[in-house]
Design a protein around this ligand. Sequence first.
Ligand code: ATP
Length: 511
Amino acid sequence: MAQNEDNLKEIISHAKEYGFVFPSSEIYDGLSATYDYGQLGSELKNNIKSYWWKSMVQMHENIVGIDAAIFMHPSVWKASGHVDAFNDPLIDNKDSKKRYRADVLIEEHIEKIRAKINKEVTKGLKRFGDDFNKEEFLKTNPNVLRNQAKIDDIENRMRETLGKEDLEGVYNLIVDLGIACPISGSKNWTEVRQFNLMFSTELGSVSGESAKIYLRPETAQGIFVNFLNVQKSGRMKIPFGIAQIGKAFRNEIVARQFIFRMREFEQMEMQFFVRPGEEMKWYEYWKDQRIQWHNRIGLGEENYRFHDHIKLAHYANAAADIEFNFPMGFKELEGIHSRTDFDLKQHQEFSGKKLQYFDPEINENYVPYVVETSIGLDRMFLAVLSSSFKKEQLENGSERAVLSLPPALAPYKVAIMPLTRKDGMPEKARAILSSLQADFNCQYDEKDSPGKRYRRQDAIGTPYCVMVDHQTLEDDTVTIRDRDTMLQERVAITDLSKIIEDKVSMSKLLK
Ligand code: ATP
């Protein structure tokens, strides 16, 4: 734990030092859990967005994208259930005065028991070596069975109490499990209360209930209210999807862990409209598609896992998270939800407007069912950044910090450098820069020794460095250095564009 937290601290300071992420309003000592993306952070963020957008919109004939307003008619949030039910159960520790999400405290307790099971498995593996049969072990080992029974029991009680909004039951569960505050170590808890996560503000110059509007807590509703606009104007046939990237706002009870949980964040959501009764097929389809999207960028398949929801949101009949192995452990990165016809039906009722589709294949009118994929852009950013950040010991005894970013996502694709500032080398290097600039985001760097310049590019994840040297002036060749292998190769200037394109192209990821 401590080591992972140190690791996160290092990533945060690296992100600041190199212009990826700054604390917001830093000159005023910052604003809690609010961050600004710097010059390199916004490039990386744009590249992640582009990978998502292209894989959804460009690669699917039947998915289109929109950009809806953050402000919406207040009735939207009545209809969607957010005014009444977008709550988190909170609990305070009376000694430390710290506030927690009650469900998170219980889930963390479950994780501790799960860790005990994993420990047994590791012990078993050590004892039996190659003969170890994990499945059999999980089914028969008494310690594992006892702990698994504990987990099942807690999960059942959690499902029951949260499902019925039985807050006293949630409190009793925390007390029965003997959960203590991680800060004070005490079990002196307040009762559990519900807390609505929506931010509200007032529209125009009048104040009062009538002018109260909300900052959207999810981008999805902008898609639902435009369902018919898009379907009709785009002549879309079911099944089809609408994608959107945009800001969302939630007044989180505990916002921490860098950009993992913020009160202002960005979502990339796609709502897929399907024929009623076919939603489970599409739910499985999108689970599969989304994990493939993740696996293709190469952060390591072992860093992902699925987690089925115990507590289903008020709109869902099935839901799973894709969890990522962040520095703080496995946590939710993306949600895939089967939202039924809940949202469209509610909007139909509250607006009095029909939100139906005539399906010519079966000659029927219906309110479509929806399968949603929803990923936090900032969490994806943290996943990419944290899994790419490495400190490496080099043969000469020195250390380098390197961001082994997927090349298609790297802020700069290539850095162009003259060996010295003499003999026309800068001019030659600048000529190469202008020949590549329109296709790739390039950086020009002539300051400091080559070694220092290479280190700087490693630290920001630039896949290639091109060096103009004396030989360049004679035969129009340069050296090109690979960030990961640190090997240099001499190539003709005329081949540069193709070599770089091969490495950094996003199209390979999309196919
Ligand atoms: P959590 O359980 O972590 O609060 P959630 O289940 O409420 O998340 P969803 O409503 O499913 O989240 O939102 C979809 C995605 O939006 C999440 O998978 C996550 O990546 C992102 N997201 C949600 N809340 C935040 C936040 N406060 N900061 C950053 N990203 C967030």
